[in-house]
Design a binder for this molecule. Structure first.
Ligand code: NAP
Length: 320
């Protein structure tokens, strides 16, 4: 008897084929629409494995319904959508997909840093809207990247990959974590500083830590007030780490210069979200890991994690 699994979104065919070798599959067949909660609540009661995305809230009530559930495999490195403590209590394994998306997300983070500081989106609209009448000395001027100071909150896999990119631009790199990484500092030529120094002295600040109760509103009004007026904030980690109301105020009042945002407290973000009304914001729909190759690798890794768990092995990327 094959173990039953439920997949919460239509996956690419090769991934489904791989899973079907071992499992009996049911899948939510839509690509652009998340599975309704009531369907997930029904399906979870019958399966040993759940393959899900960050769009699904895997909370305690849902886990309680999964009386046969052995493993929840998340197709993402962040797993703040899952109540891991509740899963652990019930002996349910939780897995994620670290590593395979590191470089792609670091690329996007640096792209967002560049797009925001050099006003790429605004400049492109300016041209298309017929506003470009002449060349003028201070027209659409931005902030320099080469030789500037980058501060990274959360120097993990993606943070380190970002620091390597910054070194190619001769940037001075600061970072802040809960724990220092002396060996990485030496290899990359970067410096550990406290939170306040990073906020005060960085020209660019990138947020790359996980979203946890501890990091909720990690960047709020107090932190934004310490930043340079010329500074750019980039968040490609998770919404909720940066207080969106405080960020709106800081951008509107010119307390900081711009923000590049890939992630929001509530996703998908509504088009009337205040941050989207500001010209000094470059906003993206959570595409940090969105390259063809990386998304396929993530989907396959999540499948392998699930299969390992169901076949009695310890999954390679078990988080609990
Ligand atoms: P990682 O390797 O686990 O790195 C996270 C870093 O954050 C660690 O170095 C950790 O160091 C630090 N950190 C954790 N809590 C902290 C705190 N309270 N204060 C300061 N630093 C803290 O994770 P990763 O693979 O680089 O991914 C990072 C995050 O990026 C993920 O959790 C995910 O949410 C997000 N992400 C987003 C996208 C996207 O599409 N936009 C794609 C991939 C990942 P210490 O433990 O020493 O503090």
């Amino acid at each position: 008897m094959k173990p039953k699994i439920y997949i919460t979104r239509k996956l690419p065919d090769p991934i489904v084929t791989r899973l079907a070798e071992v499992c009996e599959i049911k899948m939510w067949e839509k690509e652009e629409e998340p599975v309704p909660r009531e369907i997930l609540e029904k399906e979870i009661q019958d399966v040993e494995g759940l393959y899900c995305l960050l769009t699904e809230r895997i909370d305690k009530p849902l886990l309680n319904m999964g009386t046969k559930l052995k493993i929840v495999s998340n197709m993402a490195v962040g797993y703040n959508n899952i109540d891991v403590a509740a899963a652990t209590e019930k002996g349910i394994m939780v897995t994620n997909t670290p590593g395979v998306l590191t470089e792609t997300t670091a690329d996007l983070t640096f792209a967002l840093l560049m797009a925001t500081s050099r006003r790429l989106v605004e400049a492109s609209h300016y041209l298309r809207e017929g506003k470009w009448k002449t060349w003028s000395p201070m027209q659409l001027t931005g902030q320099d990247i080469y030789g500037a100071t980058l501060g990274i909150f959360g120097l993990g896999r993606i943070g380190e990959a970002l620091a390597k990119r910054a070194k190619g631009f001769d940037m001075k790199v600061y970072y802040h974590n809960r724990s220092r990484k002396v060996e990485v500092e030496e290899v990359l030529g970067i410096k550990y500083v406290d939170k306040e120094k990073l906020l005060r002295e960085s020209d660019f600040i990138c947020v790359l830590m996980p979203f946890t109760p501890e990091t909720k509103n990690y960047i709020g009004a107090a932190e934004l007030s310490l930043m340079k007026q010329s500074a750019v904030l980039v968040n490609t980690a998770r919404g909720g780490i940066v207080d969106e109301e405080a960020l709106y105020d800081a951008l509107k009042n010119g307390d900081i210069w711009g923000a590049g945002i890939d992630v929001f407290e509530e996703e998908p973000v509504k088009t009337n979200h205040p941050l989207l009304s500001l010209p000094n914001v470059v906003a993206l729909p959570h595409i940090g890991s969105a390259s063809v190759n990386t998304r396929l690798k993530m989907a396959l890794l999540a499948a392998e994690n699930l299969l390992q768990g169901l076949q009695g092995e310890t999954p390679k990327h078990l988080v609990n």
